[in-house]
Ligand binder design. Structure first.
Ligand code: ADP
Length: 218
């Protein structure tokens, strides 16, 4: 385990879920929000919860924020507070800062003031849902970079009974099948002779444009 202690600032829907998940996974995690009600809501779902305004440098110091390994800035609406908080954390010497951005511009600023990683949960979820709408075979989509991604697709009828060699998806679409899930069992790096069966799920990596063509035609 390379990270030991966490703090989540801003216990809205996103931050609250990050907090809960880390706590349930057995990590030491502190939840911080300026809203006393939020702090109460999450007591018992964190190692401890603190009511504090994260734009108050001294308040963060008193909490001992610089001793936390990873701090997640999950302030949503208040972009100014999110930027200021990130800056204060950077100046306090926090080793790793992960910040949530509302949009691309906000994300750029967060990087500039010292975020080590910026996440765009609404944008990413929007893309995932859109991929699923393009083709109902698409079960999930994960963006690796603006150009590349991974899709999880349910094998359609035209794939049944065919081997990966026969299908030759690499030549047809420029995509690669990384794994095949059959009855909840994963076959990682499947051999080219593997025959696709009804109910199989394919995990496919490729350029977003190629994946889109694959999704549309599969
Ligand atoms: P989401 O979209 O994930 O639900 P919200 O914007 O609703 O996010 O929630 C953000 C949370 O951050 C709120 O609970 C709010 O009280 C908290 N928050 C906003 N500004 C500060 C701040 N300066 N210090 C601490 N918590 C803050």
């Amino acid at each position: 385990m390379d990270a030991k202690s966490f703090a989540v600032i801003g216990l809205g829907r996103f931050g609250g879920n990050v907090l809960k998940h880390l706590y349930e996974s057995g990590y030491e995690v502190m939840g911080i929000d300026e809203n006393e009600e939020k702090v109460q809501d999450y007591t018992g779902m964190a190692t401890h919860t603190v009511q504090a305004d994260s734009t108050d440098e001294q308040a963060l110091q008193e909490i001992g924020i610089r001793n936390v390994d990873v701090v997640v800035v999950a302030i949503g609406e208040d972009i100014q507070a999110s930027i200021l908080t990130t800056l204060i954390l950077k100046e306090a010497g926090v080793k790793k800062i992960v910040a949530k951005a509302q949009n691309e511009r906000h994300g750029q600023v967060l990087y500039k003031v010292g975020a080590d990683r910026v996440v765009f949960p609404e944008r990413d979820m929007g893309k995932r849902v859109a991929h699923n709408l393009i083709s109902t075979n698409v079960l999930d989509f994960v963006e690796l970079s603006p150009d590349y991604g991974v899709v999880e697709v349910a094998a359609s009828e035209n794939l049944y009974g065919k081997s990966l060699i026969e299908l030759d998806l690499r030549a047809q679409f420029g995509v690669n099948v990384m794994a095949i899930k059959t009855n909840h069992e994963f076959n990682i790096a499947p051999s080219p002779e593997v025959i696709i069966q009804e109910g199989d799920i394919l995990i496919v990596i490729g350029h977003n444009d190629d994946l889109r063509r694959f999704e549309e035609e599969i």
